[in-house]
Write a protein of this length. Structure first.
Length: 93
């Protein structure tokens, strides 16, 4: 629908989604697009993210909690941040 109405208009859309087996593919004959596939954060990247957000000393002092946070987040950087912020808001940290 949108593509039919914007055929002659320059437009940049940034869309995120999780892959699904029944996901309909974009009709690339009608639109120019670039797909960028991001892989989940690994443990080292997750630790660097936590250090950037909350400080290296926090990562070192949190010990096994960091591993639990990263495991629970499943490599999603937003989930890493939100889990820690939730723990802080509830007074756990």
């Amino acid at each position: 629908f949108v593509m039919d109405r914007l055929e002659r208009t320059r437009l940049m859309l940034l869309v995120t989604h999780r892959p699904a087996p029944d996901n309909d593919q974009l009709d690339s004959s009608r639109v120019s697009h670039t797909a960028l596939r991001l892989s989940p954060l690994n443990s080292d990247d997750g630790r660097r993210l936590l250090a950037a957000l909350f400080g290296e000393s926090w990562v070192k002092s949190a010990g096994g909690l960091v591993d639990q946070i990263l495991e629970r987040a499943g490599g999603n950087p937003l989930f890493v941040e939100e889990i820690v912020r939730g723990l802080i808001d509830r007074g756990v940290l």
